[in-house]
Design a protein around this ligand. Structure first.
Ligand code: NAD
Length: 490
């Protein structure tokens, strides 16, 4: 069995508690690795390492261009070990290899974060700001925060990490990471391979464990200057309330309940394939999954029929089998939650027309595509993030009404619009309250393009220029070249 300790100051150290917890492979229920059950003492050690690296270590001395060279090196090492990292993530959370490993190879969108921000390190220019006063010069430049805590979810550990870690280091911060207790192993495996990138000690540290025993002391630590969090909206609320006690800045990437609006003139095959791809292949375990399908009444029957035909073809099973389309639910706890939510929806009277529970197996945690029909937007099912392979459909007639409906949840992460009239699509996109809108496609993302939430789906942005800006603060410096200053009391 693989044993992962905590990673502090470029060294593997045993947790103070002397305890480890198991990682279970969700495809077969087997425990295959042990992960450190850290506590606040480990958090203190990790924050001290990051603080020393920031204020006194090599990281504080090097130029922005040199930081960029480190980031490029990380990108190369990730590519070199893409298969190894992908295999660990599949074992840890059941994600299909084809949905991880290719994106870690050179030129692909995930590994690109390291090269994009590696190039951006020395391009964050300050400015000289014109002022009314003569002989007074005001300039602004960018500075990092210092030690940043980064807290991660289980659904896409490497993906969610790269989007925040690359810009955070590019900005000059040092980091303490807390992966999810349900999927820590690919992050820890990454630390093993990063030894080859020869980062100075203390720049990246990892403590593993639970929200209460590790996450909370990390956010509360007085030397942590900023928090970057990806997780559920309720976890985000808890994190924000702790951080607010020290008015700590936070970037929040939270949950969603994203609508897919199908207009009467849509290319129906394009829309149906897009809707299905926008949720089921990842088992619905993606923050931007389009789970509320709002279909124009005139095409409701036809779209429903096609949704059923395609969804029934999905092969649900072992993520290592190349024939598999949908792998397991990432952990037992979440699997049981999804089943509970499906039962609740049926008890609430929602009509189930495809029941993914029939994909249950003797071992592992499997749920197939599940479709509820004619679900009112006000229902529990339409309002709550299930984070599983579950969609609800609802017919609509009036365009203004459907936009109101699309916006009528606490979330605002993503939305899809399907129409042949692209000008109309653009006009509707402007009325959607979400950080990302897709017109006639879904699920695209790029390192260059900012992502984030409206409303309770979060604040701050990842990716693009904004993604790095979030990890920096401005300093305004006033410089006088006046030869003398009048006595104010003369
Ligand atoms: P979660 O909120 O339960 O946990 C996320 C992380 O927060 C974990 O590491 C957990 O240990 C930690 N945590 C929980 N409570 C805490 C507390 N009180 N103090 C400090 N840390 C705490 O989320 P999850 O179940 O791991 O992930 C699934 C959720 O993440 C979904 O809602 C999904 O939509 C969201 N997500 C959002 C994005 C995005 O970019 N918006 C991306 C991926 C996942």
């Amino acid at each position: 069995m693989k044993i992962y300790n905590c990673f502090i100051n470029n060294k593997w150290v045993k947790p103070h508690s002397g305890k480890w917890f198991y990682s279970e492979n969700p495809a077969n229920g087997e425990e295959w690795a042990k992960v450190s059950d850290c506590n606040s003492e480990d958090v203190n050690d990790a924050v001290k390492a990051a603080k020393d690296a920031f204020y006194e270590g090599e990281w504080s001395m090097i130029s922005a261009a040199q930081r960029g060279r480190y980031l490029h090196r990380i990108g190369e090492v990730v590519t070199k070990y893409a298969d190894r990292l992908g295999k660990v993530e599949t074992k840890d959370n059941g994600k299909l290899p084809k949905n991880i490993t290719p994106s870690l190879r050179q030129g692909q969108w995930l590994v690109d974060s390291w090269h994009y921000y590696g190039g951006m390190c020395d391009k964050f220019e300050g400015k000289l700001i014109p002022s009314e006063a003569t002989n007074i010069h005001n300039y602004m430049h960018w500075e990092p925060y210092g030690v940043v805590a980064q807290i991660l979810p289980w659904n896409s550990p490497l993906g969610t990490l790269f989007w925040k870690l690359a810009p955070c280091l590019a900005a000059g911060n040092t980091v303490v990471l807390k992966p999810s207790e349900h999927a820590s192993c690919s992050i820890l495996e990454l630390m093993e391979i990063l030894i080859e990138a020869e980062l100075p000690p203390g720049v990246i540290n990892v403590v593993t464990g639970y929200g209460k025993s590790v996450g909370e002391p990390l956010i509360e630590h007085k030397d942590v200057r900023m928090v970057s969090f990806t997780g559920g909206t309720s976890g985000g609320r808890a994190v924000a309330s702790i951080a607010s006690k020290q008015t700590k800045p936070i970037v929040m990437e939270l949950g969603g309940k994203s609508p897919q609006i199908i207009l009467p003139d849509a290319d129906i095959d394009l829309a149906v394939n897009g809707v299905v791809s926008g949720i089921f292949p990842a088992g619905g375990q993606s923050c931007i999954s389009g789970s509320r399908i709002l279909i124009h009444k005139s095409i409701f029957k036809e779209v429903t029929k096609k949704l059923l035909t395609i969804s029934k073809k999905a092969v649900v099973g072992d993520p290592l089998d190349p024939k598999t389309h949908i792998g397991p639910i990432a952990n037992k706890n979440h699997y049981e939650n999804i089943l509970k939510n499906i039962s609740k929806a049926t008890e609430d009277g929602c009509e189930i027309i495809l029941d993914g529970r029939t994909h249950k197996k003797d071992k592992g945690y499997f749920v197939g595509p599940t479709i509820f029909s004619n679900v009112p937007n006000s229902s529990f099912l339409a309002q709550n993030e299930i984070f599983g392979p579950v969609i609800s459909t609802e017919p609509w007639e009036d365009e203004s009404e459907v936009i109101k409906k699309a916006n009528d949840t606490i979330y605002g992460l993503a939305a899809g619009i399907w129409t042949k009239d692209t000008i109309k699509g653009m006009r509707l996109a402007n009325r959607i309250e979400s950080g990302t809108v897709y017109i006639n496609n879904y699920f695209n993302a790029a390192t260059q393009s900012p992502v984030g939430g409206y409303k309770q789906s979060g604040y701050g942005r990842e990716n693009g220029w904004e993604g790095m800006r979030c990890f920096m603060q401005t300093k305004s410096v006033w410089l006088s070249t006046k030869p003398s200053e009048p006595d104010p009391f003369l």
